[in-house]
Structures are given as C-alpha cells and as structure tokens.
Design a protein around this ligand. Structure first.
Ligand code: FDA
Length: 309
C-alpha cells in the first residue's frame, strides 16, 4: 500500500519542493544521491574506486519533453565522460547509465530516433574515455523502444548494456534474445508501478522470474550484471557463476549507492566484481521516491528526519 502511494507521488512537483527545503530532509536524500554537481559525483566515485568498487554514474533526469533540457542532459553526459578521463577515472571501472526518456525518447514520433542519436554521441565520448554505457529500463511502455535502441547501439558499441526487469512477463524471452546477442544485461527486479497485464505482482513470483532470467543469462555468452541487494539472489548468482565456470570478470554484482554498503565491500573483498550505481544531479526526486517505496523502513526514517526540529 505504502509502496503504491510513494510511487504515485514520484512525479509530484509540490511534494518535491517541500522536501528540498529542510536540512534534515536533504541529509536523508544524500544517503542515496551523491550530490547535485558533477564534482560531487566524481569525488564520491573516486572514493568508491579507491575501495576497489566499480561505479555506474547516473546524471539524474527522466521523462523530459523540453528540448533545451533534453540537449542539456545529453551535453552533461558527454562532458561527464570527459571529466572522468581528466580525473583519472576513465576505463571500464567507470560506467554511465542513461535514461532514454531524459534524452527525448518520448518526445514526439521521432523521439526514439533522436534519443538514439543522442545516446550515440554519449557512447562516442564514453568510448574515447574507455568508459562503459548501460541503458536503464523505465516503465513498460518504453521497453520495446529501449531494447531496439540498445540493439542499434551495440552495432557500433558492442559493450553497451541494457537493464531487464524480472517483474515484466516478457523478460524471460527478452533475456533469451539478449543471451543470443552476447549482451551485457543488468538484471533488476523492476522499480515501476505496472499493470497486472504486463507485470507479475507478488514478490515470490518476481523472485522466481529473476532466478529464471539469471539462469538464462549465465547459460550463454551474455555478461550478467546481477543488480540486486537480495541475499538469496546474490547467493544464487554466485552458485550459477561457479556452475558455469565464470571468472570474476565474466559477471558482476551491482548495487545502489547507500544500500547494503557493507555487503558491497564484502563481495569485492571476496574477489567479485562489484559496481555501485551512483546517481547525481539536481533532478533527484523521482529516483529518491522509488528508493523510499522499496522499503517502508526508509520512509519511516525519512519522516522522522522531517519531524526533527
Ligand atoms: P528487494 O527489494 O527484495 O530488497 C532486498 C533487500 O535489499 C531488502 O530486504 C533490503 O535489505 C535491501 N534493500 C533493497 N532496496 C533497498 C532500499 N531502497 N533501501 C534500503 N535497503 C534496501 N529498476 C528499474 O526498474 N530499472 C533500472 O534500470 C534499474 N536499475 C538498477 C540498477 C542497479 C544497480 C540496482 C541495484 C537496481 C536497479 N533498479 C532498477 C531497481 C530495482 O528494480 C529494484 O527496485 C531494487 O534494486 C530493489 O530490489 P532488490 O533486488 O534489491 O530486492
């Protein structure tokens, strides 16, 4: 119930403005978001890299329709790839994660084609810096278009990854296609409120689907990016990696900044490849609301911080 309410206010401007002001609220936001500027993201990314962790940088923003802001978002990613190289953070330990809706994917009939052009510009800058690129997966209305854009990008940038949401009924088939293409696939449970017609509802069903998708990805040439904090699924990932003789370079664990940080360090110390998803930028609200929705305890912690004098 709480999850539904939080997801329904995820795009609510007035709630966002109310949260921007109190210092206590900002402090809680900082648990999940590196900061509003590129400099803050680089400083945090550098600290994570020093601790032996890979980093996925996400310049926050989604569902953009203002042409100027769409261009600004694209330029920000291009500039950020160059900044990473300048600061000695180039190479595959760094990755950029793109939300295509921030690049104009949903803006008019030629939105997907224009978003592809912009993603190409970002991939070109990322490649020059040796940095990887992965496409986030947004709500189910964007899935076909995002998978198609990922397919196009892989022609020129074969290491381009894409996220797949286990909660969607279509995902086992998508994983089979991506396995055949040998793609980098970030498998997640799914963070969006979706209709029953396209998505599984119960946690148990989603977890079962996650395992099924994971098996498919480990069986072939895909590079599975096991993006979950769920201890059981992490253990199953390790077991599948052992069974299929994957080296630590053959798959990786991915977790969100601010969630199970000790587990991130433990896995890295045990020799696994671990990457932390590090969001930054002024448009943090939608991302933050989804993190609260995932865990009631976060919301209570947040409400307590708001109530503090
Ligand atoms: P689950 O929600 O069952 O959590 C397992 C345990 O992890 C919890 O019991 C708790 O201990 C801890 N935990 C999980 N979330 C927490 C939180 N917010 N705060 C504190 N503790 C928490 N989704 C999507 O739709 N598209 C995408 O592109 C991505 N990209 C992405 C990248 C990466 C690297 C990750 C890790 C996740 C995503 N997601 C995503 C989000 C994903 O769909 C999902 O909503 C969250 O990862 C939570 O699901 P878990 O698999 O962690 O399991």
């Amino acid at each position: 119930m709480l999850r539904r309410i939080l997801l329904s206010v995820a795009d609510h401007k007035r709630v966002e403005n109310a949260l921007r002001t109190p210092a206590a609220a900002r402090a809680v936001v900082q648990r999940f978001v590196a900061g509003e500027t590129a400099a803050q993201a680089v400083a945090m990314g550098s600290a994570l890299a020093t601790g032996g962790l890979g980093v996925t940088y996400n310049f926050l923003g989604e569902y953009q329709s203002d042409p100027e802001r769409i261009e600004r978002s694209c330029d920000a990613f291009v500039g950020f790839a160059r900044l990473l190289e300048d600061r000695g953070l180039g190479g595959p330990q760094s990755e950029l994660s793109l939300k295509l809706s921030a690049l104009g994917q949903l803006h008019g009939p030629d939105g997907p084609a224009r978003a592809l052009d912009r993603a190409r510009r970002i991939c070109t800058a990322a490649l020059a810096a040796g940095v990887l690129v992965t496409l986030d997966m947004e709500d189910h209305t964007t899935t076909d278009s995002t998978l198609e854009i990922a397919r196009e990008l892989r022609r020129d940038f074969p290491l381009t990854g894409v996220a797949v949401q286990a909660a969607l009924r279509r995902s086992p088939a998508d994983c089979a296609d991506l396995r055949a293409a040998g793609a980098r696939v970030r498998l997640v449970k799914g963070a969006y409120r979706e209709p029953d017609s396209v998505a599984l509802r119960s946690r148990a069903d989603v977890d079962r689907a996650y395992v099924r998708c994971l098996r498919t990805l480990f069986e072939g040439d895909a590079r599975p990016l096991v993006a979950t904090h769920d201890p059981r699924l992490i253990e199953i990932g390790s077991e599948l990696a052992r069974r299929h003789g994957r080296s630590p370079q053959g798959f990786e664990y991915q977790m969100l900044f601010g969630v199970r940080s000790a587990e991130q360090r433990r896995l890295a110390a045990a020799g696994h490849s671990v990457r932390v998803y590090l969001p930054f930028g002024p448009d943090w609200y939608g991302y933050f609301a989804r993190r609260l929705a995932e865990r009631p305890a976060n919301t209570l912690f947040f409400l307590r911080a708001l109530a503090r004098p």
